[in-house]
Design a protein around this ligand. Structure first.
Ligand code: C5P
Length: 219
């Protein structure tokens, strides 16, 4: 029996990661947070004193992708690169601010996509993969494809609840990252065959249930 693949895309602060992980847990599937690979590369470049906005630097760091470890466990994804466990470090604002530079470098996208596709191909009994281009580029043939959105004000409030600090600054950073990312991949409109789940007026559990329902209806 082939694995069931659930692809979820959406903007920053849409709750993709937590929702996708909860969906995976409920279905007994594996879970892949693709943003973590971009973040791990950004971490490594900064660790070496490099600039993620310099394409040559980003391309130079791609050799280290061989050392990237991504566990795909729904109870929590562990991320390591070049022998460093960066699971927590990649969540910092410093990395969030630097990561779009990596994402803009096409050879980096192609290299991580090879890894993602291999992980998805080996997944059993299924996998929930989330990011910006999973429904369109990484796994366009996924059994269920979802664009998870929420009004920007709601996304900022949720992110603010996670990271604290100055709400206006959190909002400005989130909008800036989305604007930069949107130049590379379109995750703001749904591609053909992609179901939009708007979580603006949904609780976390309702959002998870809406996606789980799409999967169970499909099979
Ligand atoms: O989802 P997360 O916020 O962790 O993603 C971090 C960054 O990685 C995004 O801002 C984007 O630049 C990049 N990314 C991407 N394509 C994906 C996943 C993430 O370009 N599929």
């Amino acid at each position: 029996q082939a694995a069931t693949v659930v692809a979820i895309d959406g903007p920053a602060g849409s709750g993709k990661s937590s929702v996708a992980r909860a969906v995976a847990r409920e279905l007994g599937f594996q879970f892949l947070d693709t943003g973590a690979a971009y973040r791990a590369l950004a971490w490594l470049i900064l660790e070496r004193g490099g600039d993620t906005d310099d394409p040559a630097t980003v391309i130079g760091a791609l050799d280290s992708l061989d050392s990237l470890e991504l566990t795909v466990d729904a109870s929590g994804q562990r991320v390591a690169i070049a022998g460093h466990d960066v699971t927590e470090a990649i969540r910092s604002e410093r990395i969030s601010a630097a990561v779009s530079g990596v994402a803009r470098t096409l050879p980096a996208r192609e290299a991580v996509n090879v890894r993602f596709r291999a992980i998805i191909a080996e997944a059993r009994p299924g996998i929930v993969a989330e990011g910006r281009d999973i429904t369109t580029v990484v796994a366009p043939d996924a059994d269920v494809r979802v664009l998870l959105t929420a009004d920007e004000a709601v996304r900022i409030r949720r992110r603010f609840g996670d990271v604290g600090g100055d709400e206006r600054q959190v909002g400005a950073r989130l909008a800036a990252r989305d604007a930069s990312d949107a130049k590379v991949v379109d995750f703001l409109s749904a591609a053909e065959g992609v179901t939009v789940v708007d979580s603006t007026d949904l609780t976390f559990d309702e959002t998870v249930e809406a996606i789980v329902r799409l999967v169970t209806e499909e099979s």
